[in-house]
Design a protein around this ligand. Structure first.
Ligand code: SF4
Length: 389
């Protein structure tokens, strides 16, 4: 297949679904976590759950970069933006994540802070070049996919001698999060989170490759199938996981061969290794403090490290009591388990981070009507059974 439309072929999706239904054993459940928000979005948008047999249980994972950012980090960014002379640059989704005292970056902007939405880290470099008398801070978030561009921005700032540019680094690492989930009490001690296998990340894996997941398959005996973000990618990955589980195998398989290799992108990995090093610990929303799960800027690039430049200290802040984002990000609850889902909390008025980004589980469920009853689902725009085109 060559064109994106072919990966959205409804007839083919129904054929794959029929094969899954034929091969999935009625005597067992298949509990599969889609790690990435991109997969969560595809499952909701294309109605894939409705194509699957009832014993295939898809569990949302923590792979939404905006969702896992804890409130304290947004508070830090707002405090930075409030400093005289500072311009804070960030990706659009980050703007609406609720912070302390009813604030968000968007509200802080409305109150006068100079906060600018950018499409890339290089846009932030451009802002710094255009405003030499101002301090420009790039609020960098995301998994391994967005880390190389941040490294490039820091290297470019050094090349250009940009003394007014720095990065507030909040980049996080996928393998550490998967380990954290597999080691969680819900999985290991209580068994309240049955987890049989993973649909592995798409874009992240283009950078890190499939090799880092081999440890999970071997050590925890959980199969991983790396999948693209199109509906047929996801359906094929589910079929591959069902086959592995039926055969008692726990291996890393790659459905997304058109973009992912075992070793990943050597150039991107080298850029990241040049500029960043592991943090001892980092707080994730939902997962809490996770050891060696995030990156910080190396001492050699301290001149571009906003944490060093502005003496940023991190303070953990509890989530809104009504919000179940933490449990949803750990895979133990679903959006419809939250009492304020779709009522007080909507994409227009998000109470928690999972309702902000299109990759957030709550936003995906709300937008595509996956939470409504079957009758309503059948009439909801873009949410009908087999919405795959
Ligand atoms: S619906 Fe809103 S408040 Fe509830 S878990 Fe989702 S984001 Fe949090």
């Amino acid at each position: 297949m060559k064109y994106v439309d072919e990966f959205r072929d409804g007839a083919l999706a129904r054929k794959v679904a029929a094969t899954i239904a034929a091969e999935a054993r009625p005597s067992r459940r298949y509990n599969l976590m889609e790690f990435c928000g991109g997969h969560t979005h595809a499952i909701s948008r294309y109605g894939l759950k409705d194509l699957l047999p009832a014993n295939i249980n898809m569990i949302h994972g923590p792979g939404c970069p905006v969702c896992v950012l804890p409130i304290g980090r947004i508070d830090n960014a707002i405090a930075l933006a409030a400093r005289p002379g500072v311009i804070l640059c960030t990706y659009a989704d980050t703007m609406r994540v609720p912070a302390s005292r009813g604030l968000s970056l968007l509200k802080a902007k409305a109150q006068g802070a100079d906060i600018r939405m950018v499409y890339s880290s290089i846009d932030a470099i451009r802002v710094a070049r255009d405003h030499p008398s101002r301090e420009v801070v790039f609020f960098a978030i995301g998994f391994e996919t967005t880390t190389p561009p941040t490294a490039v921005a820091i290297l470019q700032a050094r090349e250009l001698g940009l003394a007014n540019f720095s990065v507030f680094c909040n980049h996080v690492l996928t393998p550490a999060a998967i380990s954290n989930i597999l080691e969680s009490k819900e999985v290991r001690a209580w068994g309240t989170l049955p987890l049989d296998g993973f649909v592995g990340p798409a874009h992240v894996s283009t950078v890190i490759g499939s090799q880092p997941y081999e440890y999970f398959a071997e050590e925890y005996q959980r199969p991983v199938v790396i999948a693209g973000f199109e509906p047929l990618d996801v359906m094929q990955a589910i079929l591959m996981l069902v086959r592995q589980l039926n055969e008692g195998r726990a291996e890393v398989e790659n459905e997304f061969t058109r973009a992912v290799t075992r070793d990943g992108n050597a150039k991107a990995k080298a850029l990241v290794a040049e500029v960043f090093e592991l943090r001892r610990s980092f707080e994730w929303r939902g997962l809490g403090e996770v050891p060696y799960s995030a990156l910080r800027i190396k001492a050699a690039y301290a001149a571009f490290d906003a944490e060093a430049r502005y003496g940023i200290t991190y303070k953990s802040v509890p989530d809104n009591k009504a919000c179940e984002c933490g449990a949803i990000l750990r895979g133990v609850k679903e959006p419809r388990d939250c009492k304020v889902f779709g009522t007080v909390c909507t994409p227009e008025n998000p109470i928690g981070s999972c309702m902000v980004s299109s990759e957030g589980a709550c936003a995906a469920h709300y937008t595509y009507g996956r939470w409504k009853d079957a009758a309503i689902v059948a009439t909801a725009p873009g949410a009908c059974v087999g919405a795959v085109q």
